[in-house]
Every structure is written in C-alpha cells, then in structure tokens.
Design a binder for this molecule. Structure first.
Ligand code: DC
Length: 256
C-alpha cells in the first residue's frame, strides 16, 4: 500500500466511514452508532400540535424542537430591523448576518432571547408572510436539521416530516375539523386574555390553512408515510397515548 493510500484509509477510519482495521492494530474497530429516533409532527393550525408535542417529548425523554418558534424569532428580528416582509436585498443581507439559536423551545437572535416576544398578533402575521420566502426557509431549515441530527427529538411544525427530516423514524400528521380547531384556538386565546369572536378566529384559521397548504415552498402536506391522528373527538391525553403506542409499535418492528 502506498503512503497516499495508507493516509486515505486512515482518514476514512477516523471519520468512521470505513470499518475494519484500526490504527496501530491495538484498539477495536469503530462501533457503528445508531442515532436516537427522530419524530415529526405536522398539521394545520389548531390541530393540537403544540399541546401534545411537548407532552410526547416529555414522556419519551426526548428534546422538543418547535420549528414555528424559530420562524417567529426571524420575524421578531426582521421587525426590529424595520425591514419589509418581501424578498429584498436588505432582507437577504439581514438573514445572512442574523445569528439564530434555539434550545428547542427558547430562541435567541444575535445573542438576545426573544422567546417572550414571539406570540403577538403582529409577529404571527409577519411570520406567516416571511415563511413563504425562499431566503427565509433557506436560512432556517439547515439549522433545524442540525438541531435534529443527533435524534432523540420531537419536531413540531408544518414541513418537519416532508422537508426538514424526510427520513424521520416516526411521522405524525395531526388533523381536526375546522369547527374543532376554531373552538380550540378561541379557548386558547381567551386563556391568554385575548377576547375575539368565533367568527374572527374561523376567518384566521381558514386564511392560515389556505396559505400553509397552497404556498409554493414547503407547503403543509401529509407525508406519505405519516400516521394520521384525527384529534377532533380526542382529548390531548388520548392523542398523546395514541402517539406513544404508535412509537412503541414502530420500535417493536424495527428492533433487531
Ligand atoms: O406553529 P406556529 O403557529 O408557531 O408557526 C408560526 C408560523 O410559521 C405559521 O405561519 C406557520 C409557519 N411555519 C412554517 O411555515 N413551517 C414550519 N415548520 C413551522 C411553522
């Protein structure tokens, strides 16, 4: 073996791309590490994703990655910079410089925690416009993939099983009738002290469904291999129970 070939093999072994003999012949061959499972939860607004994803992650002992919170954080930073929600050169420059970090549920932009600023109506509106833009998705998706890469994670969003982690181990798609989703969102808002009519919430849900499902980039779609859970007549506890059973079934089938 030439010196070059020897060096090449040594580099591959170091990067664990090649099994077999080890340097110096003393240590055991590198172990192939299987990462922990990746679970994705997608679905329309009001289907109960945020309520059940946290509980599912907690019961499994996994991390939660709230992908919507990351898009909302981008909106906070775009609003603070006074930029328009259009694909402009200024927006591209801003995104290229922006340092977005997340521990799954809390989010920082340029070192400042913005978690408490994510859920105002203005930020919701701006986020929904920004998520249609390619530079925005191109800035956020790779970060979400990196945060999910080690596994042991539940991702919640609109495109987590289709675009962010198409090779996820278990994919869920939560759905529910418009009536149910409207009632849930209305109750959720009331709990946060926001008073609004059922009619206004229905319009908002229908607008978001239309926008999420018909946008050109990463539209909300049922992944072909998703487990669909219709949450209409189920409590949050019942939904989590079904999801845990589905994860367990998948584990049984893939265990060797
Ligand atoms: O889930 P949420 O309401 O926090 O999401 C905020 C916005 O971001 C909403 O308009 C949907 C959008 N979103 C998205 O386009 N892709 C994701 N993976 C998550 C959220």
């Amino acid at each position: 073996m030439s010196r070059e070939e020897f060096e090449f093999e040594r580099r591959l072994r170091r990067r664990k791309l090649l099994g077999g003999g080890s340097e110096g012949g003393q240590s055991p061959p590198p172990r192939v590490m299987r990462r922990q499972p990746i679970i994705t939860i997608d679905g329309p607004a009001g289907a109960g994703k945020s309520t059940v994803s946290g509980e599912l992650a907690r019961r499994l002992g996994y991390r939660l990655l709230d992908t919507g919170a990351m898009y909302r954080a981008v909106a906070v930073s775009v609003a603070a910079a006074g930029l328009a929600a259009e694909d402009t050169e200024a927006l591209r420059v801003h995104l290229a410089r922006m340092q977005l970090t997340s521990d799954g549920t809390r989010v920082w932009v340029d070192g400042r925690e913005v978690t408490g600023e994510l859920r105002t109506p203005e930020i919701s509106e701006l986020t929904s416009r920004l998520t249609m833009l390619k530079p925005v998705r191109d800035a956020v998706t790779p970060l979400q993939r990196r945060l999910a890469a080690d596994g042991g994670v539940v991702l919640e969003g609109r495109d987590t099983g289709t675009v962010v982690c198409p090779d996820a181990d278990v994919k869920f798609y939560l759905d529910g009738t418009v009536d149910t989703r409207v009632r849930r969102r209305h109750a959720e808002l009331a709990q946060r002290g926001v008073t609004t009519s059922l009619d206004a919430v229905r319009k908002e849900i229908e607008r978001r469904d239309e926008q999420d499902m018909t946008r050109a980039l990463a539209p909300l779609r049922k992944p072909a291999d998703a487990i669909v859970v219709d949450t209409t007549d189920l409590t949050a506890g019942e939904v989590v129970q079904r999801m845990l059973e589905a994860v367990e079934r998948r584990r049984c089938c893939t265990r060797s």
